[in-house]
Write a new protein. Structure first.
Length: 549
């Protein structure tokens, strides 16, 4: 028998009655932890909702949140639910054009402006007619400050939103073209938050740290959503510089990250211990456990029961490396459109590393035309805002969502992503090349931090490579020899039309700011194709070149 679905506000009521004095949100400011209990959060949520109503905002109005993660992000989001508003989260790193596009396209009437690294670059994107509030962080001029809002009105007492009302519109990070606004109902979000909490086996004694952008569905469901359905404590990060310290303070029992951060942790561990020394220590049975424990402790992850990785393809070699240290990292796959709860390798199976796991509870997967992964669950979005054509195009007649990812499903139901339908390109030979599997092979070389295979219309595909920090400091000949060895190894396993003509080491690092990475750190292939298409057109015979030359 399925239980009735409670919404986040029902859960806020539940926990503020059951454990009113238990810290819910723990926010470091100037290296001090500031705690908000469940009852304090409850009080602030309804006061804030009352203030927004008093300022003339109506049920169904759209209100944006532009901020890095903080306790006030959670409170503002819940207050928007209490007032029947629709939240429009915006990435804190979004550039001026993106901020302008999302505010205009969504028709936002107001915006919460919180912790931002470069607020000056975003200010011009906020039209004068939009009401501005702060989230207790003074980054941009506002009409109403957080403390003013909390004392402006009596707490709002009002009818709750319904399960099928729109809760939020989440703009996808747009690795191709303009962002699309995915419409998420309370039913989809609540189902996903509860499903994640249950799958993780989490309860009120658990701790998580919120640092991946809350504007992205993964953090919103896995961290924020699951906290409502478990009553657990959420910690935040003060800044990038204090990140490792903040993780140590939080001692999370569940820790979710992205491939780039796991790669960075690996690099720091190797730099500290030395590659050959670490390999030696891990061969000694008595020492091995001690070393692994010490590393986990230094990362602040000694208490973590589940470690997760998602949002971009991760090298199986990296996951095997961590497993040697006794750290089993669950790879998961999901999208904005399916509330990020889709497939995961949990309970963890080492023999399934390289796959993204099996379908979650009540989730269905199957393979459609062109090897496209089709997906269905109660967490599916309702469509793209103001884009009926786009919505119609992504659903099959039997209600499955066309994910755009190409996949294989093995006899145990484990899904392996083998590419993106749109990423595949035709080389000059007129045959399709699927770049994602090639990139996974190149990513095994520890000198490579990021890789993107391009070559639409070119004689040969070419791997564009951003070197890891360590590799950039090594003698070039040594790096070149390693890259050549990797290239030859990769080419040996390919069909003739896929053979990679060479590697081009790029000069400028790929970042969100120079428009190569999306806010969730996915590479925009079409941008690199535009920038390097001509440069690579003559590369062949396993050439290894540096752009700087």
């Amino acid at each position: 028998m399925s239980h009735p679905l409670n919404m986040p506000l029902d859960m806020l009521d539940h926990w503020s009655q059951l454990q009113p004095n238990q810290p819910f949100l723990r926010q470091p400011r100037e290296r001090q932890l500031h705690d908000l209990t469940w009852s304090e959060v409850h009080d602030q949520v309804y006061r804030l909702a009352g203030a927004l109503r008093q300022l003339g905002l109506q049920r169904g109005d759209k209100i944006a949140i532009l901020s890095k993660n903080c306790a006030q992000w959670f409170i503002a989001d819940l207050a928007l639910q209490a007032g029947g508003f629709i939240s429009i989260p915006i990435y804190p790193t979004a550039n001026e054009d993106t901020v302008r596009y999302v505010l205009r396209h969504s028709g936002a009437k107001a915006v919460f402006l919180g912790k931002l690294d470069d607020p000056a670059s975003q200010e011009a994107a906020i039209p004068d007619e939009i009401l501005r509030f702060d989230l207790s962080y003074p980054t941009l001029p506002v009409q109403y400050r957080w403390d003013q809002l909390l004392t402006m009105s009596a707490p709002l007492e009002e009818i709750r939103p319904q399960l099928d009302d729109v809760m939020t519109i989440i703009y996808t990070s747009g690795s191709t073209g303009s962002p699309k606004g995915a419409i998420e109902t309370y039913r989809a979000f609540s189902w996903a938050g509860r499903a994640v909490a249950k799958h993780l086996g989490a309860d009120e004694k658990d701790r998580v740290i919120s640092y991946l952008p809350l504007a992205h569905i993964t953090e919103r469901v896995y961290i924020m959503g699951s906290s409502y359905y478990t009553g657990m404590t959420v910690y935040f990060v003060e800044s990038l510089d204090s990140f490792v310290e903040d993780v140590k303070v939080a001692q999370p029992t569940f820790f979710l990250s992205v491939p780039r951060l796991w790669t960075l942790f690996q690099k720091n561990i190797i730099d500290k211990v030395g590659r050959s020394k670490l390999a030696l220590l891990m061969k000694l049975p008595l020492i091995r456990g001690l070393v692994a424990r010490k590393i986990r402790t230094q990362l602040g992850l000694a208490s973590a029961k589940v470690l997760g990785c998602g949002s971009a393809p991760v090298s199986p070699a990296l996951l095997h490396w961590y497993r040697e240290l006794g750290m089993e990292i669950t790879e998961a796959w999901g999208m904005t459109e399916n509330s990020a709860y889709a497939t995961l390798n949990l309970p963890f199976r080492a023999d399934k590393i390289g796959s993204v796991g099996t379908a979650g509870t009540e989730c269905e997967v199957k393979i459609g035309d062109n090897l496209e992964l089709l997906f269905k669950s109660p967490g599916l979005f309702s469509g793209y805002y103001q884009n009926d054509e786009g919505t119609a195009a992504v659903f099959t007649e039997d209600g499955f969502f066309r994910t755009g990812d190409q996949a294989e499903i093995d006899e145990d139901g484990y899904v392996t992503i083998i590419g993106r339908v749109k990423d595949n390109f035709k080389s000059a030979k007129g045959k399709y090349v699927s770049p994602v599997p090639l990139e996974r092979k190149f990513a095994q070389d520890s000198h490579i931090e990021l890789v993107c295979v391009i070559g639409s219309g070119a004689p040969y595909p070419v791997a564009l490579v951003q070197l890891s920090e360590g590799a950039a400091l090594l003698p070039r000949e040594q790096v070149k020899a390693s890259l050549l060895e990797t290239l030859r190894l990769v080419n040996r396993s390919l069909e003739s039309h896929e053979v990679v003509g060479g590697i081009l080491v790029v000069q400028e690092p790929w970042t969100v700011e120079n428009d190569v990475l999306t806010p969730t750190l996915k590479i925009k292939r079409h941008i690199l194709e535009q920038r390097f298409g001509e440069t690579i057109s003559t590369m062949r015979n396993e050439a290894i070149l540096w752009e700087a030359d």
